[in-house]
Design a protein around this ligand. Structure first.
Ligand code: NDP
Length: 395
């Protein structure tokens, strides 16, 4: 039994609160805090209506360490669960260290003015967390998150040596809008407009954005064209998978999405540097975010499925083996259960399960820790029980 402080009342935050509320034996007391109190109020009322549980809410600016420390001291949580934006990762880790509380997030730190995902900023906190006897669990969403745990499971149970991993992410759903992003628009567009990168034979290979594509047969969805992107879990997995020769990340995009992206990029709307407009500095990407639909507003009426997993190749008992380990998630089912779409759901459920692992002591490693460094078995058992069943298919 414990207390959790969830920070960030967006699409993912809503799912995390609902899923924690469904497990009162672990999450005895829940507080949701975010920048805009009205969004916390909306989630609180929805959770009360669907689960009958009452949660506490608070307003906080997570960029402000003293303000966050004061909130943590007041709430006295066992864990701070960060589902605000990657920009808040370091200030929240600072606040956790100062208040002596464990930390969990779903996306790695990014500085606001450089679209760059690298763990170096968060790895720099390793010794501080170790010395404080605290745990910071990084990337407990789906990808990163479940995909890291799938790799750990493959390494533990299915392979003697892993040679190649392809992480493949398909959202075959339809929200009926001409253009929208399924999670925070600014973070999503920064990710997909960045240069591609993959790892082979000990080296990182850089590619033009969206320059490489391949068709994969996604379980539950069928063949879909996916594009090679750089994704943060590659950076930790190359350190933790034995014998690895190649690892890549792929994501599918519809033609409409790609056309909109190209136009927005060509006219400069995805720039993250300020431009002067009527004497005021305006960051085009931030302005664009204001115009696009809020990801949580896509949930009602969203149809279709997501299919995300890892295709792993290697050796087992002296023979070559290739498997696909994956989850299929249905947008409409997610809406029925927690009033969210599947991209928020597939992120929020693993965040809750990661928190459950930490709060029950199943995962207890001091320092800054990646998902694949921990025992995959209890996590995957709970993941299946709490809404994201997974399968292994022999290829
Ligand atoms: P949203 O934009 O919907 O929600 C973000 C929330 O954080 C908003 O409520 C926002 O407040 C709040 N917030 C922003 N800045 C602050 C601040 N300074 N202090 C307090 N609260 C703040 O994003 P999503 O819910 O779609 O995504 C949440 C996180 O999940 C992101 O980090 C994203 O990268 C990650 N993610 C991870 C995935 C994975 O598989 N690992 C997949 C998808 C998302 P306000 O309402 O005022 O704007």
């Amino acid at each position: 039994m414990g207390r959790v402080l969830i920070i960030g009342a967006g699409g993912v935050g809503g799912v995390v609160v609902h899923k924690c509320a469904q497990v009162p034996a672990v999450f005895e007391h829940i507080t949701l805090a975010s920048r805009t109190l009205a969004r916390c109020e909306h989630i609180r009322d929805d959770v009360l209506a669907l689960t009958g549980r009452t949660i506490d809410i608070a307003q906080v600016d997570a960029d402000n360490v003293p303000e966050t420390v004061a909130l943590i001291r007041k709430v006295k949580p066992d864990l701070v669960l960060n589902v605000a934006l990657p920009y808040q990762d370091l200030t929240l880790m600072d606040a956790c260290l100062e208040a002596g509380v464990n930390y969990l997030d779903t996306a790695n730190y990014e500085p606001k003015d450089v679209a760059k995902f690298e763990y170096k900023w968060q790895w720099a906190y390793r010794e501080k967390f170790e010395k404080a006897g605290l745990m910071a669990l990084l990337g407990s969403g789906f990808d990163p998150g479940v995909t890291n745990v799938f790799c750990a499971y493959a390494q533990k149970h299915l392979f003697d040596e892993i040679h190649t991993v392809d992480i493949v992410d398909c959202n075959a759903g339809s929200h009926g809008k001409a253009f929208a992003t399924n999670f925070n628009p600014e973070i999503n567009l920064r990710e997909v407009t960045a240069r591609g990168k993959y790892w082979e034979n000990g080296q990182w290979i850089d590619t033009e954005p969206m320059a490489i594509s391949e068709t994969f047969d996604f379980p539950g969805v069928g063949p879909r064209k996916a594009y090679l992107l750089y994704h943060e879990e590659l950076e930790s997995l190359v350190l933790h998978l034995k014998g690895l020769k190649k690892i890549r990340f792929w994501m599918t995009f519809g033609d409409e999405y790609l056309t909109h992206m190209r136009v927005l990029q060509n006219v400069g709307m995805t720039r993250i540097d300020p431009v002067m407009y009527k004497g005021q500095p305006v960051v085009p990407m931030e302005f664009l975010k204001c115009l696009l639909p809020d990801p949580s507003s896509l949930a009602a009426g969203y149809t279709g499925k997501t299919s995300i997993g890892c295709i792993v190749e290697g050796i087992k008992d002296g023979k070559p083996r290739k498997i696909f380990i994956y989850n299929i998630c249905d947008h409409a089912e997610c809406f029925k259960e927690v009033h969210a779409q599947a991209v928020s759901y597939t992120t929020g459920v693993p965040a809750m399960v990661g928190a459950m692992m930490m709060m029950t002591g199943s995962w207890n490693q001091k320092g800054v820790v990646h998902m694949e460094q921990l025992n995959p078995d209890p996590f995957l058992e709970k993941l299946g029980q709490h809404g994201l069943p997974w399968q292994v298919k022999e290829l």
